[in-house]
Design a protein around this ligand. Structure first.
Ligand SMILES: *Cc1c(COP(=O)(O)O)cnc(C)c1O
Length: 437
């Protein structure tokens, strides 16, 4: 359920007409719905009623501080994977004791910043990282609150680029090594181990991998406790999938996911942490784009829009198929034509949808690419020297720009010509010298 609906023939985000936003802010532009974000958080959180969870929103799904703050006001913490994300969470007002730091390659600077900020927990993903964290903590005169992220070697049955829980993936410490790593951590002066963490992948369409992974966590907890370690915290990661519009079967609901949690780990008397990203933010955003040209190619019709893979990478990177709808509601009698919706970037991969049925569109029309709230703006770049995309948040009948569109001047201002390329610098090799060889 989301709050992007047609009213009087125009697609709205809550009470705001999308074409009004496009007129004010220009395109391409991401539009987020506060009510949808709140609803998704509410559904996820209430599914876990009875087990007193800490829901740490995975900031990498959408790191805009307005999005983080909307969720933080409802009680969410933050799962961060870089110093930048940690600073974003703090800037958005997430209390440090609700921030978890994950990721396979934290630098010593990031560790020190996290320890100084007093965050809840650092999830450690390798033995060398554990040693580094201990050293950094000792140098600050502290003990680092840590959990060991284990790799349960379970196939999440998701896209290869976002599966993280197989032994061949770079994430976590192989589960069979957990006992040895815990023994080692106990001997490190800067580490205070709290428990275990896992995250087996993203966009999971099936509960079975969660069930297997949580069982593994359960077995390890029992075993580690038998070895004398205290396990107070289990961080179960994120990963719940969401519908993108072309799903073969219905996706598991937060209620069904919570049921698996309750059946596997809820009785271990641990504090349970969850790190949902996509399931909170995905449906809460659309990418609005304007049609530049309609080109009738030899074999296909191309709808060329002003958004591109630098604004929304998921179709190019994961072959994701986002539903695309016209902002002006087509009347029920209009037929559809099959088109390719493509961006202006000089790569064939810059295609949002191949063979998609759309009502007739013409230059100047607006389209909304749906389910773009997670891993959309967060992955945007300025490839092809296209300024970073703008973001708008709607709340009822109000909207605000929450990230300004970048500018080309800003991109050029970061670049510098070295002295030897200055106007008055002599060329190292002259054109004549090249021509005479
Ligand atoms: C990406 C990530 C998440 C969030 O995954 P979603 O599929 O968006 O829920 C949670 N935890 C960790 C460690 C991650 O890397």
């Amino acid at each position: 359920m989301d709050h992007f609906l047609y009213r009087d023939g125009r697609l709205h985000a809550e009470a705001i007409a999308i074409d009004d936003i496009a007129d004010h802010v220009g395109t391409p532009v991401y539009v987020y719905s506060t009510a949808t974000l709140e609803r998704h958080y509410g559904v996820f959180r209430s599914a876990l009623d009875g087990i007193d969870p800490l829901v740490c929103y995975a900031v990498k799904a959408n790191g805009n501080i307005a999005v983080i703050r909307t969720l933080a006001r409802l009680g969410a913490g933050a799962d961060v994977v870089s110093g930048g994300e940690m600073r974003s969470a703090l800037a958005a007002g997430v209390p440090p004791d609700r921030i978890v730091f994950s990721g396979v390659g934290k630098s010593r600077d990031e560790m020190a910043e996290a320890l100084r900020a007093g965050i809840l927990q650092i999830n450690v993903e390798s033995e060398p990282e554990l040693e580094a964290l201990s050293e950094v903590a000792v140098s600050l005169g502290r003990q680092a609150p840590a959990a060991i992220r284990i790799n349960p070697d379970i196939d999440a049955h998701t896209h290869a680029k976002i599966t993280t829980g197989r032994s061949e993936n770079k994430f976590g410490i192989e589960w069979t090594a957990a006992t040895a790593v815990f023994a080692k951590a106990t001997a490190l002066p800067g580490i205070s181990l709290r428990g275990l963490a896992i995250h087996i992948g993203s966009q999971l369409a099936d509960l079975e991998p969660f069930r297997q992974a949580f069982h593994r966590v359960r077995d390890l907890t029992t075993m580690l406790r038998a070895n004398g370690h205290s396990i107070d915290t289990l961080d179960l990661g994120g990963g719940l999938g969401i519908p993108y519009g072309d799903d073969a079967s219905p996706l598991p609901s937060p209620m069904q996911y919570a049921e698996v949690v309750k059946q596997t780990v809820a009785d271990l008397e641990c504090r349970l942490i969850f790190e949902p990203g996509r399931v909170l933010a995905g449906n809460a955003g659309v990418l609005v784009t304007r049609v530049l040209y309609v080109k009738n190619g030899a074999t296909r019709t191309f709808v060329i829009v002003d958004a591109a893979m630098n604004d929304l990478l998921r179709p190019t990177l994961y072959g994701a198929r986002h539903a695309i709808v016209p902002v002006r509601e087509p009347d029920a009698t209009t037929g559809h034509t099959v088109v390719d919706v493509v961006g202006p970037i000089c790569e064939s991969g810059d295609t949002f949808a191949g063979d998609i049925a759309l009502p007739p569109v013409k230059a100047g029309d607006l389209l909304a690419i749906r389910t773009a709230g997670a891993y959309g703006a967060a992955m945007a770049s300025s490839y092809n020297v296209r300024p970073l995309v703008a973001e708008v948040m709607v709340n009822g009948n109000a909207f605000a720009v929450i990230r300004e569109r970048g500018t080309i001047d800003e991109l050029l201002a970061r670049q510098h010509l070295p002295a030897w390329l200055a106007d008055d610098a002599p060329p190292r090799i002259t054109k004549d010298a090249i021509l005479s060889t």
